[in-house]
Design a binder for this molecule. Sequence first.
Ligand SMILES: O=P(O)(O)OC[C@H](O)CO
Length: 477
Amino acid sequence: MTAVLAIDQGTSGTKAIVVDEAGRVLALAEEALHPRYLDGGGVEQDPEALWDSVVDAGRRAVAEAGVPLAAVALANQGETVLAWDRATGRPLSQAVVWQDRRSEAICDVRRHEAERVAERTGLVLDPYFSAPKMRWLRDHVTTDGVVTTTDTWLVHRLCGAFVTDASTASRSLLLELDEVAWSGELLDVFGLGDEALPEVVASDDVVGTTTVFGAEVPVTGLVVDQQAALLAEACLEAGTAKCTYGTGAFLLAQLGERAVRSTAGLTTSVAWRLAGRTSYCVDGQVYTAASAVRWATELGLVGAADQLDAVAAPDSDGVLCVPALAGLAAPWWDPQATASFTGMTLSSGRGQLVRALLEGVAAQVALLAGLVGADLGAPLTRLRVDGGLTRSHVLMQAQADLAQLPVDVYPSAHATPLGAAACARLALDPGLDLAEVVGGWTPDHVFEPAWGADRAEEFLDRWQAAATQSSLGKARP
Ligand SMILES: O=P(O)(O)OC[C@H](O)CO
């Protein structure tokens, strides 16, 4: 048996699975993480807590599986950065999480460069991406060490390599998207020209070996978590799309080998570099999905995420929620946007509010699905979905209703680590074909639209008007 330890180092936790060559999960271990939410839009994580969670979850999964490993794979959060000392591996800052908006001013003073940056990188000049956060760390925390995304630091601790994979690099605002190479010009835009940057590797490159989880094994299968899920869900043909409902909700559609730039306010990134070929994807983001649910549980609106469907009223009775608790991403790109509930009356209860919150996430994803269709030149025909919140039938039905698409729920709760494991599998056996590795899968559940198109359109118009209010009228989709 060739078992792979695949680790999904996410925002709210780290998950480790041991998976066999048939994609069967032999063992699972999870460690929760608790980002700190600071005044002024800061969101931070303790890097040592990230590392400990990787080691602890990984070791527990390996012990439970009780089989020898052939490789270790790592999916990462994408845009989260930290400063660290390359000689000792010691962190020199907190990890500045992708949701952190404190680098907004850094983007604002470079607004005149926005078009050039977008054309080169496929991204939007926004604090979501890595480069503004790297600049912020340099301006506010330390000029020592290196500043990189968390994957580079974790992999360095695992095996000593100084690398990042092409998908992660493509979330930085520093990568020439078509060449998949760091850009001196873009580094200068952010005043990062003197930084030591990691080597950009493919997701099936073996970057070293590690003994952190027991016997010495290769480290490979490095990829952004969202792209990993896209791969696991076999979105290999241009026009196939998935949405992962994790801390945020991220809709990605496969573009094939052409890095088509969005004309609809979305972003284009590397999906993966595998077997010597680069695939691209277009993506749209909802910054707060499970984190909006967590917020609602802290307010006492709902006891826990698994009670959402029990609490949600059958109808929101006119209550609308824009869950923009960490600003709005595509197509608004407004870090200052705030969340809102509107349309409440004396009879509105928590049932209506909880339903409105779920409908708010679904509405945002539905709008993104429409924009993805515009970029692809043909509407999406189905939406594949994964992530913890897919357990909410209320959310999934609202998603089908509002997007007017059948929603196929991925049968495993582990799409992201399974995608990273698939990359490692290709590294171990380069003769394999991508489609063979991720294979066909049967949805656990299919949600068909129950609403008519007119009702969905009317809802989305009202929701979009509320979102525009939330974004202070600064930006318009
Ligand atoms: O931590 P997650 O799973 O919500 O994913 C983080 C995203 O990839 C950030 O872009």
